[in-house]
Design a protein around this ligand. Sequence first.
Ligand SMILES: [Zn+2]
Ligand SMILES: [Zn+2]
Length: 260
Amino acid sequence: MRLRVLGTRGSMALSLKNRSVFGGSTSCYMVTAGRETVFLDAGTGLLTAPVDFPAPPHILLTHLHLDHLLGLGMYPRLSKAGEETVIHVPVGPGEIPAVAMDRLYSPPFWPVRLQACGGDVRFLPLSFPLHLGSLTIEGVPGNHPGGSWIMKLCFQGKSIVYATDYEYEPDSFARLVRLAQDADLILYDGQYAAEELEKHRGFGHSTPDYGLRLLEESRAGQLWVIHHDPGRTDEDLLVREAEWKGKGIHFAREGEEITL
Ligand SMILES: [Zn+2]
Ligand SMILES: [Zn+2]
């Protein structure tokens, strides 16, 4: 199983020289497992993704905040005639995925609906477990304003946990620890430093400190801090990352890849 970080900036995309190491594109991660391709969220990082795959790609949305959706509007795959892309949309009971997506992707907010871009775009309600070939994806609810899903991808004995847009809270943290048990890699929302958390209580984001606790309690292999605050420069992030050296914690960078 291979993971490529396409975008790991939180909340808002930006392009500045002093954000070039960690990148300015918002949440998007591409996982390749055998013939299957899964995108975890569809932030602006999706714009640099490949467009051709051995099997139709599946885009899994953790929640519908803009920083996780804005790549869809300009992703060329969605306008390739005859090419199928499946988008799994988190909706409540009775809600229709296409209607939920049309709220953003239709006039006046966007000129065209995603299903009218020219490709074969299909929407499904996000549900777990999801089986794609030998790839299995489980999910549990996280803790974020409006809700968000935490996902675990398992393939040939390896596993990745994706816990973005998550704020610590005891019950959901216990669920997360159970889900992440012995995972090979955890991607974890570390938007804030511990000393900033009080001021941002209820914003729905976490810290590397809770990431370390998750890493230890789940006995996972390693943890990458993701969803970097737009206000952080490369220098800020490098300094913060150095504080966690030797503890199994790494700060994710746009463009990097790992094979598990
Ligand atoms: Zn976000
Ligand atoms: Zn969010």
